[in-house]
Design a protein around this ligand. Structure first.
Ligand SMILES: Nc1ncnc2c1ncn2[C@@H]1O[C@H](COP(=O)(O)OP(=O)(O)OP(=O)(O)O)[C@@H](O)[C@H]1O
Ligand SMILES: O=C(O)[C@H](O)COP(=O)(O)O
Length: 400
């Protein structure tokens, strides 16, 4: 893969940068700007090198047509503040507004195009349709820099197809992310633990299969727990459960036992009457989850157990909150886990937090990025990397 330095002198060149600026919004307010902050160094370096920087990105999952709530306009404002440099916002992606913004750009200027996914070609299944949109994007620029790590697992026009049309290089953010994750897949310092939580159970089961081959310990929290507890014969009340995954989980538990991988499950949970901060809730042991309650966080004894199991680890990857942390009564497990990671990081362990919600959770709970070894901007992307899958946005750069 070529780096930006391999693209030669960029002064006066139009450089299309694919960033991942998919941040959580409440109305027009950005609630966590981590992905914008992480994207700044590459954009800044290109601007300082005299390039005319054309940033493109998506926000949310609009269906191929403009929708006000998915506009990147608030992101343009925040990006300008962080860069301390004006950002020209084009209110379309490859249309009149984009072309005139690019034509008007001087050396060092930064343009942000409107949401890529307002164009059906960006995410089209048909390779021809994608290539046509990629052609329009490529027409705006002389070279392409792929810096959106959170999307490198997507075979989409601005990630994959455009790299076949322009001289292309990998950006510094993707280089850093890949370098850290590579350390987790090749000879991680042991003991190596992976902590999985969150709500996307079936998405994450595939990675468990692979992690059983590499990790020494697997700690399971969050909504995933209940499919594991069910597989062990416990009743889980109204908790999040993927019944059709129970058999697969039984298989993983057997496989882990055969390979000597320790699977650590909670011993208690916070059980609530409904998915609400106001709901009546209590701590119960895992063999006593009432039929009319749902587990929304790991309990205090589980937090202690998880911290003990992490204390001697030298490498830890964590994806997915331990509970419904957005609601204060169910945030303690995630906070305790973050604290355990911070402690071992200060003892020299490599700790990596991956995933949009997980990164937002640790920041919302008052932790700082530099208290962890690395906070990855990619959720799905980091998991697919750890699974050992080929990521289209990276393989296409190998070709160029
Ligand atoms: N016990 C639980 N029951 C229901 N939901 C839960 C539970 N524990 C955690 N969650 C929810 O899981 C969600 C986060 O899960 P997700 O799998 O999306 O995390 P992530 O991988 O960090 O994020 P992303 O995939 O967006 O990068 C949170 O919104 C949280 O409320
Ligand atoms: O939020 C993410 O994980 C990335 O921005 C990718 O978004 P997507 O899952 O909608 O492709």
């Amino acid at each position: 893969m070529k780096s930006i330095a391999d693209l030669g002198d960029l002064r006066g060149k139009r450089v299309l940068v694919r960033s991942d600026l998919n941040v959580p919004l409440e109305g027009a307010t950005i609630t966590d700007d981590g992905r914008i902050v992480a994207s700044v160094p590459t954009i800044e370096a290109l601007s300082e090198a005299g390039a005319r920087v054309i940033v493109c990105a998506h926000l949310g999952r609009p269906k191929g047509a403009p929708e006000d709530k998915y506009s990147l306009a608030p992101v343009a404002t925040r990006l300008g503040e962080l860069l301390e440099h004006d950002v020209t916002f084009a209110d379309d992606t490859v249309g009149e507004s984009a072309r005139s913004a690019v034509d008007g750009a001087q050396d060092g200027d930064v343009v942000l195009l409107e949401n890529l996914r307002f164009n059906a070609g960006e995410t089209a299944k048909s390779a021809e349709e994608r290539a046509e949109f990629a052609g329009q994007l490529a027409g705006l620029a002389d070279v392409f820099v792929s810096d959106g790590f959170g999307v490198v697992h997507r075979e989409q026009a601005s990630v994959f197809d455009v790299a076949r049309l322009l001289p292309s290089a990998v950006g510094g953010l993707v280089e850093t992310e890949v370098e850290v994750l590579r350390r987790l897949t090749t000879e991680p310092e042991r003991p190596y633990a992976v902590v999985l939580g969150g709500a996307k159970v079936s998405d994450k089961l595939a990675v468990i299969d692979n992690l059983i081959q590499t990790a020494d310990r697997l700690l399971i929290g969050g909504g995933m727990v209940f499919t594991f507890l069910k597989a062990q014969g416990h009743e889980v009340g109204k908790s999040l459960l993927e019944q059709d995954q129970v058999e697969a989980v039984k298989g993983y538990l057997d496989q882990a036992q055969q390979r000597g991988v320790e699977i650590v499950l909670p011993v208690d949970v916070v059980a609530a009457t409904e998915f609400s901060a106001e709901a009546d809730h209590e701590v119960v042991t895992i063999d006593a989850i009432p039929a009319d309650r749902m587990g929304l966080d790991i309990g205090p004894r589980s937090s202690e157990l998880f911290a003990e199991k992490l204390a001697d680890c030298r490498t830890v990857f964590w994806n997915g909150p331990m509970g419904a942390f957005e609601m204060e009564p169910y945030a303690a497990g995630t906070a305790a886990l973050a604290k355990a990671l911070v402690d071992i990081t200060s003892d020299g362990a490599l700790t990596v937090v991956g995933g949009g919600d997980s990164a937002a959770a640790v920041r919302q709970l008052g932790f700082k990025d530099d208290q962890f070894g690395h906070i990855s901007t990619g959720g799905g992307a980091s998991l697919e990397y750890l699974e050992g899958k080929d990521l289209p946005g990276l393989t296409v750069l190998d070709e160029s």
